[in-house]
Design a protein around this ligand. Structure first.
Ligand SMILES: [Zn+2]
Length: 230
């Protein structure tokens, strides 16, 4: 028993000369999800992940303790202090990875969707744009359309997942993955336009089929490493 614990401890410790871990805050809340989601991060030993959901997610200054913020939440950040902490983090040359239903959060915060995420799932009609739609349980054929570290090692693939349609996409976003599924928007992954932080957005990722898909896991891992400048 003791011996096994010791071995586990040694295996987890970074070897001499190894890079320090990428410190990730994983923020959830506002949307139920299958426990399989946490398996997405299995096998990436470079990450040290703290799950910090709403409402505590942005109560403190994240700049000293977090390298990459991974959002899998669906909550509008409304509090003044929470907004300024999130804004300060993004303005500090950090990393941000926005997954799936996190595209629906902050849909009325212009700075967030125009300057940071470069995309917006409309939760209601707004300024001449219609509410976005979604469709569960479809086979989505996806192909990379750009060369980028986030799609490194990723070829065309099919995933049983959920589509979003009628989103606003910034002309400044750099699209990495596309589908021609009739119930979805073309762009399913892109790089957000923020000038300082590195922002990667992946629309996919609803349920266990996506969470367990080796290509999805690779995309998320690539996105975190790129956002952390590793
Ligand atoms: Zn979903």
């Amino acid at each position: 028993m003791l011996r096994r614990e010791f071995v586990a401890l040694v295996a987890a410790a970074p070897a001499f000369g190894e890079e320090p871990p990428i410190r990730v805050q994983l923020t959830t809340g506002g949307h139920a999800h299958d426990i399989s989601f946490y398996g997405v991060f299995e096998g990436d030993r470079a990450l040290r992940i703290d799950v910090n959901p709403h409402p505590s997610a942005f109560r403190r200054d994240l700049r000293k303790s977090v390298d990459v913020l991974v959002m899998y939440d669906m909550v509008d950040v409304d509090g003044e202090k929470e907004r300024s902490n999130l804004q300060a983090f993004v303005e500090a040359d950090k990393g941000l990875v926005v997954l799936h239903h996190a595209l629906c959060g902050n849909w009325r915060w212009k700075w967030w969707y125009e300057e940071v995420v470069g995309g917006r799932y409309l939760m209601g009609d707004d300024a001449g744009m219609k509410k976005s739609t979604f469709k569960h349980d479809v086979d989505i054929a996806v192909k990379p359309v750009a060369e980028h570290p986030v799609v490194k090692g990723v070829g065309p693939f099919t995933v049983f997942d959920e589509t979003y349609k009628g989103m606003w996409l910034s002309p400044k976003s750099r699209v990495l993955l596309e589908t021609d599924h009739p119930d979805g928007d073309r762009a399913v992954a892109w790089i957000g336009p923020h000038a300082k932080s590195r922002v990667a957005v992946i629309q996919l990722g609803h349920g266990p089929e996506a969470h367990r898909h080796p290509v999805y896991r690779r995309l998320v891992s690539n996105a975190i490493h790129w956002a952390a400048r590793r």
